[in-house]
Each structure stands twice: as C-alpha cells, then as structure tokens.
Design a protein around this ligand. Sequence first.
Ligand SMILES: N[C@@H](CCC(=O)N[C@@H](CS)C(=O)NCC(=O)O)C(=O)O
Length: 206
Amino acid sequence: MLTIWGRISSINVQKAVWAAGEVGQVFERIDVGGAFGGNREPAYLAKNPNGQIPTLEDGEVCIWESNSIVRYLAARYGAGWIWEEDPALRAEADRWMDWMIAELQPALTPAFWGLVRKDTVRAGPAEIEASIARTEGKLDILEAHLTGRAYLAGDRFGMADLTVAPGAHRWLNMPVKQVVRPNLRRWYEACAARPAAIPALPLPVV
Ligand SMILES: N[C@@H](CCC(=O)N[C@@H](CS)C(=O)NCC(=O)O)C(=O)O
C-alpha cells in the first residue's frame, strides 16, 4: 500500500492523491503540513528534506516533488494508460505538467493566499491584483489550447490533465470574477467528474 504524506487542501497533494486513485492503487494519506504541522519533524525531514508536502512512499521508494510523484505513479502503474510510452506524446504531457508548476501555480498562488487564506502578509491588494492579471493570461493559453481538444495531451485523459486540473479547480472555485472560458470549463468538468478526482478535489477550496 502507498502512503501519501500531506493535507488534502494542498494543490500538490491533490495531484498525488488523484494520480494514485487513477492508477487504482490503494493508499493511506496522512495529514501533514499547514495547521497539522509535522513537516519540520526530523522523521519527516528524513523523508523529505524540504519539509514540504507531498511525499510518497511505496515500499522502499520515497519520492518528493508532486510532479515527480505523478510521473512515478503513472510510469509504474499506469503505463500505456495515463503514462504515454511514445516520447513525443509524453513530452506533450510533460510540457503541461512543467507549465503548471512553473507558470500557472506561481501565477494563481498569491491571489489564493490573499483572497481565500486571507494571508495579508504574503499577499496584499497589489499582489492579488497582479496575480489575477497574470493568471487570466495563463488561463487564456489553456482556453486556446483546449479549443477542439478533449484533453491537454493526446486524445485521452492522462497525467497532464490530473496535474493541471487542480489549478483550474482552485481558480474556478475562488471568489474572483470568472471570465467565461467554455473549453476550459468543459475540460475541467470532464476531469473533475472522474471517480479518482472526487477525493482529490475537495470543496470549498481552503
Ligand atoms: N515543488 C513542490 C512544492 C511543494 C509545496 O510547496 N508544498 C506546500 C503545500 S502546496 C507546502 O509544503 N507547504 C507547507 C505546509 O503545508 O506546511 C511540489 O510540487 O511538491
């Protein structure tokens, strides 16, 4: 059985939980981080020296970095399914996963901190405004890409979708003015309706 360390309100833990469910693996999730604490304890730091969540344990295998966890689970248990064997198709998925962690997450996180977590130290009005503007630009890219496409990479659901959709879930359920993006909305709703998405995408977003 897998162990996933991390509170489910974390967007990065959501990816790991979704990937594990999608490839049919039974897992135990242990609340760590945020109000639960525990992620600065020596025992946890021995697993993940960053003191961040998520961390995955699969027997002797211990992995941190959410996208690496998704790739491990996909390659190990979802080959030919959510893991593409074809290098060109897999690169398409990798590209969106990297875009999520390098572009979309940094764009939307300050608005999330300010508007949802009410963390005025990390995100005041100027940071929130800049974050919203930056996120809208990123979501326009998603909307354009999803025009005439069911999924982000290839013609079936895959590891890129379950990595990026938690970002859409967060944004679409935040108290921000929602720009109408029909392709993004259709894709998000199709992803979020999957059985493995249900435990991964709790509401409200907190
Ligand atoms: N690049 C890392 C980032 C991990 C990260 O920033 N995790 C946050 C939660 S999303 C965290 O550990 N926060 C500290 C806490 O929850 O106490 C990943 O993708 O796994």
